[in-house]
Design a binder for this molecule. Structure first.
Ligand code: 5GP
Length: 331
C-alpha cells in the first residue's frame, strides 16, 4: 500500500457524490437533525447489495441538495485525490434540477466549478469533468445534460465526456440511446456503466454502440465477453465496488484477471471512495495483490490509464512526463 500511495495515479471513474467523505455525510445528516443510526450502520458494512447502495445514494441526494454543499464536497473530493498523488482525474457527476432550492442543472455545475476553483491552488491535480446521465431520467432530461455539456464546453470548461450511470435496475436503453448518440455527434467520448446486473438487451446495445470506455462489465455472458474482448474497449475496473455490491462474488472470481490475461485495456478506478470506504491507492494495491504483480508491473498498470484518458495527445504527453519523473523516484 505505501508504494501504491506514493505512485502517481490517474482516476477515470469516480462519482462526485459517491466520493463524499463519510465524516461529511454524517455531519450533514446531523445538521438536518436526522437520526443517523441507519446511515452509520450502512456505512459500517463492508458489503452492501446493489439495492442497499442505491438506497444510500438516495440518502446522499437528500443531504446534498444545496449549492454550498456541492461546492464543499467537490473541494474535499479533489483534496482527497490530490493528497494520495493522483495527478489526473475525470470526475463524473449528474447535473441536477431542484426547484425547492433554486437549483438548475447549470447552477449545480457552477457550484461544482466553484469547488474546483477553491481546490485548484492547493491541490496539484489535473481535473476534468464527465457529465452523467442518470438512468432515472427521461430522454428529454438526458438531452438537457448533453446540451449543457455543449454549452459549458463552448464557455471554456474542461468537459471530458458523457457517462451513463444510476441504478441499473431502472430505465430502458431506448430512453438514453438518443442522448448518447447526440453526445457522440457533438464529439464527446462516452463512458457507460455496463453489465452490473444481467441485462442482455442493455449490454449488447452498449457493446454495439462501441463507446470509448465501459465501466464494471461484471455480468456478461460468454458471447458478450467475446464481443468485449474483440472490441478492445477499455474497461474501468472498480474492485471494491464490485465486491461490496456483490456484482462479483469474490476477488478470486473477479474478471480483472481474465482482462489482464487477454491483454485487454483496463484502468483501475475507485467508483465511490466515500460509499465504499476506499481510495485509489487501495484499489491499486488490491489489484496488485490479486494479480501478484511485481512493483514494475504495478507501475505499468497505473501508467496505462494515461492511454485511456479522454484527453488530447498533448495532455497525455505531459501526463507521461509527469508520471515517469515521479514514478522513477519510487523504483
Ligand atoms: P453524482 O452523479 O450524484 O455526483 O454521484 C452519485 C451517483 O452516481 C449515484 O446516485 C448513482 O446514480 C451514480 N453511481 C455511483 N456509483 C455507481 C455505481 O457503482 N453504479 C451505477 N450504475 N451508478 C453509480
Amino acid at each position: 500500500l505505501p508504494m501504491c500511495r506514493a505512485m502517481p495515479k490517474l482516476e477515470l471513474h469516480a462519482h462526485l457524490n459517491g466520493s463524499i467523505r463519510a465524516a461529511t455525510l454524517l455531519e450533514l445528516a446531523r445538521e438536518r437533525d436526522e437520526d443517523c443510526t441507519e446511515l452509520e450502520n450502512i456505512l459500517k458494512k463492508d458489503k452492501r447489495s446493489l439495492p442497499e447502495t442505491f438506497k444510500l445514494f438516495g440518502l446522499i441526494r437528500i443531504l446534498t441538495t444545496d449549492h454550498r454543499v456541492i461546492t464543499r464536497i467537490t473541494r474535499e473530493v479533489i483534496e482527497d485525490f490530490a493528497a494520495e498523488n493522483t495527478i489526473y482525474i475525470e470526475l463524473r457527476t449528474a447535473p441536477k434540477n431542484n426547484s425547492a432550492v433554486g437549483m438548475t442543472k447549470r447552477s449545480y455545475m457552477e457550484s461544482v466549478k466553484v469547488g474546483l476553483d477553491i481546490a485548484a491552488p492547493v491541490s496539484p491535480i489535473h481535473v476534468r469533468l464527465i457529465l452523467s446521465i442518470d438512468r432515472r431520467e427521461t430522454t428529454e432530461a438526458a438531452m438537457d445534460t448533453v446540451r449543457l455539456a455543449c454549452e459549458l464546453r463552448k464557455e471554456g470548461w474542461d468537459i471530458a465526456g458523457i457517462d451513463l450511470s444510476g441504478d441499473p435496475a431502472i430505465g430502458e436503453w431506448t430512453t438514453f440511446a438518443p442522448a448518447l448518440m447526440f453526445a457522440r455527434e457533438q464529439g464527446f467520448p462516452l463512458a457507460l456503466h455496463c453489465g452490473e446486473v444481467r441485462n442482455s438487451e442493455d449490454i449488447r446495445s452498449m457493446l454495439a454502440m462501441r463507446p470509448e470506455r465501459l465501466g464494471h462489465v461484471c455480468c456478461l455472458d460468454n458471447y458478450e465477453w467475446e464481443v468485449l474482448l474483440a472490441s478492445r474497449i477499455p474497461v474501468e475496473v472498480c474492485l471494491t465496488s464490485n465486491l461490496a455490491t456483490q456484482s462479483v462474488p469474490s476477488i478470486e472470481e473477479h474478471h480483472l484477471a481474465v482482462l489482464l490475461k487477454s491483454d485487454h485495456p483496463i484502468a483501475i478506478c475507485t467508483d465511490d471512495t466515500g460509499i465504499f470506504a476506499t481510495s485509489l491507492s487501495r484499489e491499486l494495491a488490491l489489484a496488485a495483490s490479486c494479480l501478484a504483480l511485481k512493483p514494475e508491473e504495478v507501475t505499468t498498470l497505473a501508467r496505462s490509464a494515461i492511454d485511456f484518458a479522454f484527453a488530447e495527445s498533448s495532455v497525455k504527453r505531459t501526463l507521461h512526463q509527469t508520471f515517469d519523473s515521479r514514478a522513477q523516484k519510487l523504483l
